[in-house]
Design a protein around this ligand. Structure first.
Ligand code: NAD
Length: 482
């Protein structure tokens, strides 16, 4: 346990070693062994943090935009200066391989700098009607909500913080954040850096906690808005809890995103992206990953064979080994859940072309699953319809463009859509027809900060990224002057 950093509850500038929510035994997912005991917040600490954030809001919303920008730019510089340590913490948190975790730190720096730049560009709209005889001047004020309750999940602990906290602070809101108890180490360092950057006390508090702490945060009367990343079942509970007071919520949830590979696609690129982004990177634990590959019939067998070769070649293992690209899944519950889905997919008649088992040998103590690829997946089956959140890809053939769109849209989710084609007109047409919050063509990157991200259907509501990302933390007041 000595090798893990201490974790605290950060309540309005105070660091607490213990919390009334008890203790979470953090396990190293690559060994299954307990490696740290994490103090958890209970409703009492949540209440104190929210009251402090509410008190801090009065000054924070009046803080000149250039001062808010200076503090956020300072935070971005500190994240960048601590990139190596964030890399280590990412691996400690959830077993993200050292070889990939660095890129996520760079992304967190970009999100923080981008929203620093928005502090002095928040502006409403103006309309006048003097010439029409009505004789009114109308304008809108964009006002920060107040205290925002932020609840995030465990798969990208640093980037999830950076996608929510900087835009909230840029907008002039104050923040109480509950990270997942499964991944406390990155959040601890993030909070240290917020303090080092010089944000006023109470403007941001981060408290690890379990679902009960999340519930206490959501229902707190001084929390004016909730921003949540996690699963649809939890999101539904949060919406119900918000309903009594009509509290607004931004919800970033799961996905079952289709990756449509047309027969005119660059198959080398489509194969590398399709395999790595579904069963390699983060061991498939990404909300927006292309986990259903729909392949046009003429290239179907070739793509299936090539994707299975790539999947079998992905180095899985000790996440601290720089040659490893895929680590364990987050915990034993996830391991059992994913293995169950794999077994049921076999029974459902899908053709297993790569992986399909837990990894044993030296890795038997950890939660390692082989990169797994199923072909001939029935689009109505459990594997095609439900998010796995693990290294499992479902491949299904299609004939026409209409066929592809119909299968892609046959889901309750609507987070991302991927298109692989050399035809610009086909890409533009299909992009319009996909019922998703975003479409990525020919390898456009996930989570570019300039591009609003967020789903529809059971993938959620609201956006992160771009101007809309800061506007999630602002409410509109209209003023009319006769
Ligand atoms: P989860 O919904 O179980 O937990 C997410 C967070 O909510 C945790 O911090 C948890 O403690 C808290 N929580 C649980 N119950 C709560 C309640 N009743 N009230 C308030 N808070 C509560 O999700 P998970 O299983 O940890 O995460 C996986 C899910 O997250 C997947 O569906 C994945 O696709 C999704 N996800 C979405 C995005 C995105 O940006 N769209 C990003 C990453 C992960």
């Amino acid at each position: 346990m000595a090798s893990r950093p201490a974790v605290h509850l950060h309540v309005a500038g105070e660091r607490m070693d213990t919390g009334s929510g008890g203790v979470h035994e953090h396990r190293d997912p690559s060994t299954g062994e307990v490696d740290a005991r994490i103090p958890l917040a209970g409703p009492g600490e949540v209440d104190r943090a929210v009251n402090a954030a509410d008190a801090a809001f009065r000054d924070w919303k009046r803080t000149p935009p250039e001062e808010r920008r200076r503090l956020l730019l300072r935070l971005a510089d500190l994240i960048e200066a601590n990139a190596e340590e964030f890399g280590r913490r990412g691996t400690m948190d959830n077993g993200t391989p050292a070889s990939v975790v660095g890129g996520m730190t760079g992304s967190a720096v970009e999100w923080t700098r981008y929203y620093a730049g928005w502090t002095d560009k928040i502006a409403g709209e103006l309309s006048s009607s003097f010439t029409s005889g009505v004789g009114e001047l109308n304008y809108t004020l964009l006002e920060p909500y107040g205290v925002v309750g932020i609840i995030i999940t465990w798969n990208g602990p640093l980037i999830s913080l950076a996608m929510k906290i900087p835009p909230a602070l840029a907008a002039g809101c104050t923040v109480v954040c509950k990270p997942s108890e499964l991944t406390p180490f990155s959040a601890e360092l993030f909070m240290d850096l917020i303090e080092q950057a010089g944000f006023p006390t109470g403007v941001c508090s981060i408290l690890p906690g379990d679902p009960a702490a999340g519930e206490a945060l959501v229902v707190h009367p001084k929390v004016r808005k909730v921003s949540f990343t996690g699963g649809p079942a939890t999101a539904s509970k949060i919406l119900h809890a918000c309903a009594d007071t009509m509290k607004p919520a931004t919800l970033e949830l799961g996905g079952k995103s289709a990756n449509i590979v047309f027969d005119d696609a660059d198959l080398d690129a489509a194969c590398g992206l399709g395999a790595m982004m579904s069963v390699g990177v983060l061991s498939g634990q990404g909300c927006a990953f292309p986990t259903r590959m729909l392949v046009q019939r003429p290239v179907y067998e070739e793509m299936t064979a090539r994707v299975s070769v790539v999947a079998k070649s992905i180095p899985v293992g000790d996440p601290w080994d720089p040659a490893v690209l895929a680590g364990p899944v987050v915990n034993e519950a996830a391991l059992e859940r994913i293995l169950g889905i794999i077994e049921r997919a076999k029974i459902d008649g899908a053709r297993l072309v790569a992986g399909g088992s837990r990894i044993g040998g030296d890795l038997a103590g950890g939660y390692f699953i082989e990169p797994t690829v199923f072909a001939d997946v029935d689009p109505h089956s459990e594997l095609a319809q439900n998010e796995v959140f693990g290294p499992v890809l479902a491949i299904t053939p299609f004939d026409s463009d209409e066929d592809a769109v119909r299968i892609a849209n046959n889901t309750r989710y609507g987070l991302s859509g991927y298109i692989q084609t050399q035809s610009l007109s086909r890409a533009l047409r299909v992009a319009e027809e996909l019922v998703t919050g975003e479409v990525l063509v020919n390898g456009a990157a996930n989570l570019r900060v300039q591009r609003p991200f967020g789903g529809i259907g059971i993938s959620g509501m609201g956006k992160e990224g771009g101007r809309l990302g800061v506007e999630e933390f602002l409410r509109v007041k209209s003023v009319g002057i006769a």
